[in-house]
Ligand binder design. Structure first.
Ligand code: GUN
Length: 297
């Protein structure tokens, strides 16, 4: 069994991005600028956004964190959020921005995503980017799937002709990953199956996977009997489970029963330190691309 080291890979890519940014700013070009909108105080979202701001600093980017309060007593008006999106759409100093999800339930998430200028949609969530990705045109790819594809490439893991089984059909991971891996070309060319909560006899599918991606958000859901000998396992799960021995009071738990599955695999991503760090690095790659496009480079 070999570990797919997302932490080391993401560090290497961040160094590559930082070198490119340093070279560009030395030529007098403006550094990439990522803005993030955070509504409320969801624990996971706070952590992710803080990690994105930190990664911006490591890559030599400018970042802006825009916070809105929203409580049951004083819910944030959707119009306020839409007005901020419009302001960022028109701010020539901002190359790309994200609205951290999930949003409070009273806000229409799809209406918010649709309001983002696709040219600044570095999350790749806007229907224009989703559509372009599905037909293989240049676009901003959703960060987690892009990170997974990059991890496989950089570890020399072949996808061409392989059976890839994805468990989970989310708009953020399962669906866009399927679209990317089924395209023609390097790092793709796979035969992709997407399984979900209504799939019958799930293990019949997962046991056929050369590459199995678990992205359903249920701790330790994938057990050793569901995995073929020698398979590659990509674990996207990051559920917070209570752990009194940690200062934070929780630990991150993957969707794969790592202890029992790992001995059967050729490659496997750990949690944490696998897919998670790659997601953030993909967002940095998208923001650099947005900056290059904005400056006509
Ligand atoms: N929530 C969970 N993952 C993501 C992500 O990649 N982008 C945004 N904006 N919100 C998320």
């Amino acid at each position: 069994m070999n570990l797919i080291d997302g932490k080391a890979t993401s560090a290497a890519i961040k160094a590559e991005i930082a070198a490119k940014v340093a070279e560009r700013t030395a030529r007098g070009l403006r550094a990439p600028h990522l803005a993030a909108i955070l509504v409320g105080h969801d624990g996971g979202s706070e952590t992710y956004v803080a990690a994105k701001v930190k990664a911006c600093a490591e890559c030599g980017f400018t970042s802006s964190l825009i916070r809105f309060e929203s409580t049951d007593q004083e819910p944030l008006a959707q119009e306020t959020l839409l007005a901020e999106i419009e302001r960022l759409n028109n701010d020539p100093e901002v190359d790309g921005f994200i609205v951290q999800l999930p949003l409070p339930r009273h806000i229409d998430e799809q209406a918010i995503i649709a309001a983002i200028n696709p040219d600044k949609d570095v999350d790749g969530f806007h229907p224009v980017n989703v559509g372009r990705a599905s037909i293989g045109l240049p676009c901003f790819h959703s960060a987690t799937p892009a990170g997974i594809v990059e991890l496989l490439k950089r570890h020399g893991i072949e996808t061409k002709g392989k059976n890839v089984v994805i468990v989970g059909r989310s708009n953020i991971v399962g669906k866009p990953l399927a679209a990317m891996l089924m395209q023609k070309g390097k790092g793709a060319d796979a035969t992709v199956t997407v399984c979900h909560s209504a799939t019958e006899n799930l293990a019949d599918y997962t046991r056929r996977a050369d590459i199995l991606v678990a992205a359903l958000g249920r701790p330790h859901f994938v057990t050793e009997d569901m995995v073929k000998d020698g398979a590659v396992i990509v674990d996207v799960g990051t559920t917070r489970v209570p752990d009194a021995s940690r200062k934070s009071g929780f630990r991150l738990c993957g969707d794969v029963d790592f202890e029992h599955v790992a001995p059967k695999c050729s490659w496997i991503t750990p949690v944490p330190g696998g897919v998670g760090p790659m997601t953030i690095v993909s967002l940095m790659q998208n923001t650099l691309l947005a900056n290059e496009r904005a400056l006509g480079e």
